[in-house]
Design a protein around this ligand. Structure first.
Ligand code: ADP
Ligand code: MG
Length: 627
């Protein structure tokens, strides 16, 4: 329905609405308030702002504080208490606030207080007012249009009947109507619940539809070769790794392109699992693209590939720091099919990258990439399989919902050579007492990681630079380097390679080292200001240790009270990445777990974790129970 059929919407308003992407009457009705104000008189004095009935006790005075800033003050009586009220730049009240006038004010009541809003008592309408916060359109006007629009239109239902029935939801039409014109906060609540269920249900339905993705040709891999490759590995696969490789190989053989999330705690050995399936595929003449978020990780994965499978395949690296000529050569080798597998950063999905026959895309730390970036890379092949790797394992139900359209496989065990990382919690002010630990670590010929939350120096936080200058003075003979996000990518790569090669003894870094970096010889980690990190992040950080027969020790240095300490102490005994991720979700919600919000679940961020998880489960069950 056209917007100009609504009385009051002329060309000018139409323009404003268009700018707001409100193009039809349906759009108008679906533009719901961003928040609500509940106007209700407060019968007792609270510590937070509220609406109070009051009586003017003294005639107002006006003071000019500076140009453009005038203060009006008068005494008022609020619930029997005399209060000095101030109003800024609202001098028009001067003639209305006579002694004895009944008013309603909004603010926090103190002996002298600033009123944020004032009404004459007769004009104050208790109730709920929606805030639309639309550019250049007042709430009252907009609401007027909405009211008119509802007269001529019924909003079609969008939720399946089973879901509406299960949650006892009113119709979409009715729910939306009362979202615009709430009679009580219950209407607002009902609308929020409806929105949440509608959002999650849509995701679920989208998921089951993408299960019916168009068929592609099954890839003719020969699983009989798999055992040969596995036998050649310098380590024994865990049972979980064996099982997961089988799943990935079945994906390749299936007649439709697979989309699989392979999740497992940091160090669980996801990369080799993914690569084992790649190897079979490459044998059939397909190409593989392996994308990782940083150059350091790209190099590391490439090295690992070369050491395990390098003799049998042609591999290369594509990153932003290559010089133009090298880059050009590699791109053309990729296009002609001379390269079997390419490891790269964001460059992989850029328009200038072409493949000869891309059959599989592997994305490491997949939450670091946007869905669009992932899809851009997928489009470079026809019916390529996708494997996403995530080191933040979460419950399956949740993973299925968050990573829409993906199947989920979880690696539960850790390789046998993993050593537990001992975790200690000590106050930051005692950091120097750990110097002897550093000495001891050096004596064992092992390396030290120091992690700091940020680079710049300020009053609150110790910077990488300040920490660096301390350790350089204290450990004169040690080879010390720093690593942080503001360094050029090449510099970071060089530093990290030097650290991996044990040309550096002590590395001071920001959390850029968090993801996936493998340093075989590191024995000690100090995390400054551990209270600034989430559980999952701390777990990832300490996961850099204990990877290769060397037992690691990680010190969480905190600033704060006993509660802060207690929160961190939990990590001493908790070692399972699943439990840790869930605890993070419980305490900090969805948004913080993955840092960046590129996975497209921003709507979840404000919702309490456990409730939402239960809701997702109920929706999944309800939808499945109907044919
Ligand atoms: P993540 O799951 O954190 O990505 P990686 O795949 O990077 O872990 O593996 C970490 C290290 O462990 C790599 O050096 C890898 O070669 C090694 N690795 C993988 N699987 C095993 C295993 N079953 N036994 C011993 N080492 C393994
Ligand atoms: Mg990894």
């Amino acid at each position: 329905m056209k917007l100009n059929t609504i009385p009051g919407i002329g060309p000018k308003t139409l323009e404003k609405l268009t700018a707001l992407k409100i193009l039809t009457v349906e759009d108008l009705l679906l533009t719901v308030p961003k928040s609500y104000d509940e106007r209700k008189l407060c019968p007792t004095i609270l510590e937070t702002p509220a609406y109070y009935k009051a009586t003017v006790e003294s005639a107002p005075k006006i003071f000019s504080i500076r140009r453009n800033l005038k203060r009006l003050t008068c005494k008022i009586n609020v619930l029997g208490t005399s209060v000095q009220m101030a109003l800024f730049n609202q001098t028009h009240w001067f003639h209305q606030l006579n002694v004895g006038t009944e008013i309603v004010i909004y603010g926090t009541i103190k002996p002298s207080m600033t009123a944020q809003k004032v009404f004459l008592a007769a004009n104050f309408k208790p109730g709920i007012t929606p805030n639309y916060r639309l550019k250049k359109l007042s709430d009252t006007r907009f609401q007027g249009f909405v009211e008119k629009a509802f007269e001529g239109l019924t909003i079609p239902e969008s939720l399946p009947e089973v879901i509406r029935h299960k949650f006892q939801l009113k119709s979409r039409h009715e729910t939306l109507f009362y979202a615009h014109f709430p009679r009580s906060m219950q209407d607002v609540e009902a609308f929020f619940t409806w929105q949440k269920i509608a959002y999650l249900t849509a995701r679920e339905i989208g998921r089951s539809q993408s299960d019916k993705a168009p068929l592609g040709a099954a890839k003719p891999v020969d699983p009989a070769h798999l055992d040969g490759w596995i036998k050649r590995l310098p380590f024994t696969l865990t049972k979980g790794q064996h099982d997961s490789v089988k799943v990935l190989v079945d994906d390749l053989k299936a007649p439709r392109p697979a989309r699989r999330l392979l999740q497992g705690d940091t160090g669980s050995g996801k990369t080799v699992v993914a690569l084992l399936s790649s190897v079979l595929l490459m044998k059939q003449g397909f190409q593989v693209a392996f994308m990782a978020p940083t150059e350091i990780l790209v190099e590391q994965h490439h090295k690992m590939f070369q050491s395990l499978f390098g003799s049998a395949f042609k591999s290369t690296v594509l990153t932003g720091s290559l010089d133009n000529k090298v880059l050009k050569n590699r791109l053309s080798a990729l296009k002609s099919g001379d390269i079997d597998i390419v490891f790269g950063t964001h460059l992989l999905f850029s328009p200038s990258t072409h493949f000869h026959k891309l059959g599989q895309v592997i994305i490491d730390e997949q939450h670091r990439f946007g869905v669009n970036q992932r899809e851009a890379l997928m489009q470079k092949g026809t019916s390529a399989d996708l494997i996403s790797l995530s080191a933040t394992p979460i419950p399956r139900t949740l993973a299925l919902t968050l990573y829409q359209g993906m199947d989920v496989t979880t690696l539960k065990e850790m390789p046998a050579n993993r050593q537990p990382v001992k975790t200690e919690v000590i106050p930051l002010k005692d950091a120097k007492t750990l110097d002897y630990m550093i000495d001891m670590t050096f004596e064992e010929n092992q390396q030290v990681f120091i992690v700091a939350p940020r680079i710049e120096d300020d009053d609150m936080l110790l910077s990488v630079e300040r920490i660096e200058s301390y350790y350089r003075t204290r450990f004169k003979n040690a080879r010390i380097a720093t690593l942080h996000g503001q360094q050029p990518a090449t510099e970071k790569t060089v530093t990290l390679q030097a650290f991996q090669a044990h040309e550096i003894d002590l590395l001071i870094a920001t959390s850029v080292i968090e993801v996936g970096i493998d340093v075989k010889n590191a024995g000690l980690m100090l995390i400054y200001h551990a209270e600034r990190f989430g559980y999952a992040q701390l777990h990832q950080l300490r996961g850099r240790l204990g990877r290769h027969h060397i037992p690691g020790v990680c010190y969480l240095l905190y600033q704060g009270n006993a509660q802060v300490k207690e929160r961190l102490t939990v990590l001493k005994t908790m070692t399972d990445g699943f439990e840790i991720a869930q605890m993070d979700l419980k305490m900090r919600g969805f948004g913080t777990l993955f840092g960046t919000d590129q996975t497209g679940f921003s709507a979840l961020q404000a919702w309490p974790y456990e409730e939402t998880l239960a809701l997702i489960e109920t929706i999944q069950e309800t939808l499945q129970s109907t044919p």
